[in-house]
Design a protein around this ligand. Structure first.
Ligand code: GLC
Ligand code: GLC
Length: 665
């Protein structure tokens, strides 16, 4: 018998034993809702072989494996029975159309509830705003209970079931999720599953000496193991504390803390941790969340002698979570937050693991090209690394609540005759404004005194030059800054995948330096791009059509509307093409009977592209630039203004109407 046959047989035998026990446990619920029970059974049987294989691979050797397995299935069944009807209907719709998230109609936004709208109520009142902008996907930054002053912006979670009381209640969030879904906006929440806050009940019990909960974390009596691990670990927050461990005087233990010292890494080698977190995941799904952002995925499995990032078990764990979700919350999608080497980023993306993923490489290289004015590294890297498996998509973004790290591949850089470490130093100099002639106003994040590594904080507008231009009152610089911002947006809106806007950036919000006087924030420069939304200011600038902020907002809204009308942007592939000009980035999208040729200039000067290339890549002689509405022919070279981006469609006679009402829905 082969290993596969052996595995299949074990899975089948295991289910033969478990199923009657489950039927017995849930006889009452199944009696009340027989159709639900049948649906559960069908999905469980469909998933079982995979789920069993993953879990027995991870935990099969554990003394209590079958106990954990039975408890896990019980939890999944309970969660399915508790799943609201409207979500079960959504499950059915998503199962019938699994490619829904590939549509060009999707546009994402992300914000902190407290900073954007104070409370969930306040956020509900902003629904018209989200619709006006055209959002169909809204990521609310962590809103669960988290200790004041040591919350890492909510990423230190003390309860996955109770919200931060200042924001509202779980019931309110569930009602909001439903209302937003009815209005065409999918709710996205974080699953912060690498660590909990040191005030989570599990951590408190561990601190009280409860052995069961001590095993939930990675605690060490002395430096022997921490020292051994640290030989191969990367420091993630070196300005917070050196190394990855924190000494706790109260329990006389070193605790594994990859991020802040109050964020305790969970021990996924313990099946009880997997089971506990699976239950939290299903609870969050039942609130009405459609996309779960898997926070800090890379770090969840530790192996001596390695970087303890991207270990094979990480994939098994996520796939096991995914399989459980397929059984008990099938509408749920996973989004990977892996801000690591591009090969590792890719390793999380598949229909069976994370269906969508942040695209940190595109993000970083757009900034890289903006600094150098040249697109060679961007073009080379995208040709090699943009393509994804069927049934998955990128989430393309320019800024998020986090820093920018220069995560390009060193060999990609060398291929283009770029010295990778020197180039990273240059980029850090450029974006902190230290490089002569730089237009950027960024702030260094986590500068490592040993190796000089650093990352960059700052808002889209400040990094793109708007802050400096406004302060110097230089009209020409202001114009260039606005163009840079719109050009970058034109790319993430057309390149394929889900564009994600970090809210605040849609109006060109500038850096806010006041965080430095708050002792809980001063040590974390990411707060420079996390200001409280000033709605009075927004109203003022948006009434003033000469304001760069209003221009950005209005033009972005128009671009979003345009995107939604271009079937070529949905699904399908992106073909990166030679533009023959080092400043011009070009790609072609085709699908659903449409062809779109996008060319973006990263130069502050006018640029040209050869007419022949225009004919070849554009597949035509006459084109409409969808952005300006102008028509042009391939009799002469394509001429681009500074930082201009064009979306060229081979010319056809004007359509009578372009689906009115598309915008903002
Ligand atoms: C993720 C979050 C970041 C947080 C870290 C630790 O990277 O995006 O904000 O600091 O995880 O949870
Ligand atoms: C680093 C880590 C990433 C984390 C981020 C938080 O970039 O690689 O996973 O989210 O730091 O700032």
């Amino acid at each position: 018998m082969t290993d596969t046959q052996e595995g299949q047989q074990q899975a089948a035998l295991s289910l033969q034993r478990l199923w009657p026990r489950l039927e017995f446990t849930f006889r009452d619920e199944a009696g009340v809702a027989p159709a639900d029970w049948r649906a559960f059974e069908m999905r469980l049987r469909r998933e079982w072989e995979r789920l069993f294989g993953l879990l027995s691979g991870l935990y099969g050797g554990h003394y209590n494996f079958s106990y954990h397995l039975e408890e896990l299935l019980g939890a999944a069944a309970r969660s399915w029975f508790a799943r609201p009807t409207w979500l079960k209907q959504l499950d059915a719709r998503r199962e019938a159309n699994p490619a829904w998230f590939q549509s060009q109609r999707l546009v994402g936004g992300m914000c902190y509830v407290d900073l954007f709208a104070a409370t969930l109520h306040g956020l509900r009142d902003r629904l018209p705003y989200f619709k006006k902008l055209g959002l169909t996907y809204l990521h609310l930054m962590p809103l669960f209970e988290s200790p004041a002053g040591k919350s890492d912006g909510g990423y230190a979670v003390s309860s996955y079931r109770r919200l931060n009381p200042k924001l509202g209640t779980t019931e309110e969030l569930a009602a909001l999720a439903r209302e937003f879904q009815e209005q065409g906006i999918s709710l996205v929440l974080d699953f912060v599953f690498n660590h909990t806050s040191d005030e989570h009940e599990w951590a408190r019990r561990a601190q009280a000496g409860d052995q069961e909960y001590e095993r939930f974390y990675l605690l060490f009596p002395d430096r022997t193991l921490p020292d051994a691990y640290e030989r191969t670990l990367r420091e993630i927050f070196p300005t917070v504390r050196r190394g990855s461990f924190t000494w706790r005087e109260d329990i006389h233990r070193w605790v594994w803390t990859t991020f802040n010292s109050f964020q305790w890494d969970l021990n996924y080698a313990n099946p009880a941790v997997f089971r506990a977190m699976a239950q939290e995941m299903l609870f969050i799904a039942n609130i009405g969340v459609e996309v779960l952002r898997l926070d800090a995925v890379a770090f969840i499995w530790k192996r001596p002698g390695t970087s303890c990032e991207n270990q094979p078990e990480v994939h098994q764990i996520i796939q096991a979570f995914h399989s459980l979700a397929r059984i008990a919350a099938p509408a749920l999608l996973f989004k990977s937050e892996a801000i690591v080497h591009p090969d590792d980023v890719l390793s999380y993306i598949s229909p069976q693991e994370c269906q969508i993923s942040y695209n940190p490489l595109l993000m970083a290289l757009l900034w890289e090209s903006l600094a150098t004015g040249e697109v060679k590294l961007l073009d080379h890297s995208m040709r090699r690394r943009f393509r994804l498996p069927q049934g998955t998509a990128w989430v393309n973004y320019l800024r998020s609540h986090d820093d920018i790290g220069w995560t390009f591949d060193d060999n990609d850089a060398r291929w283009e005759w770029i010295d990778p470490s020197g180039h990273r130093r240059f980029l850090n100099q450029f974006y902190t404004g230290r490089f002569p002639g730089s237009f950027a106003r960024g702030v260094p994040f986590q500068e490592n005194p040993d190796n000089g590594d650093a990352r960059i904080s700052g808002t889209l507008a400040s990094l793109a030059g708007l802050e400096q231009a406004i302060q110097s009152g230089d009209e020409q610089q202001m114009e260039l800054a606005v163009r840079r911002i719109l050009m970058l947006y034109s790319i993430i809106l057309s390149i394929g995948g889900i564009p994600l806007i970090y809210l605040g950036d849609e109006v060109g919000t500038l850096n806010a330096y006041a965080f430095a006087s708050d002792p809980h924030k001063a040590g974390d420069s990411r707060w420079v791009h996390r200001p409280k939304t000033d709605w009075a200011w927004r109203e003022r600038v948006q009434e003033d059509s000469s304001s760069p902020h209003d221009r950005i907002f209005t033009e972005l809204g128009r671009l979003i509307g345009l995107r939604k009308q271009q079937p070529a942007i949905s699904d399908g592939e992106t073909e990166f093409v030679e533009t023959g000009n080092e400043h011009l980035f070009g790609y072609v999208r085709h699908g659903a009977g449409q062809r779109l040729f996008v060319v973006a200039s990263f130069s502050p000067h006018p640029q040209e592209m050869d007419a022949n290339l225009l004919r070849v890549h554009g597949a035509g002689y006459r084109f409409t630039d969808l952005i300006t509405g102008q028509t042009l022919t391939a009799e002469q070279p394509l001429r681009l203004e500074p930082y201009q981006c064009v979306w060229l469609e081979p010319y056809s006679p004007p359509k009578v109407s372009r689906e009115p009402g598309e915008r903002g829905t």
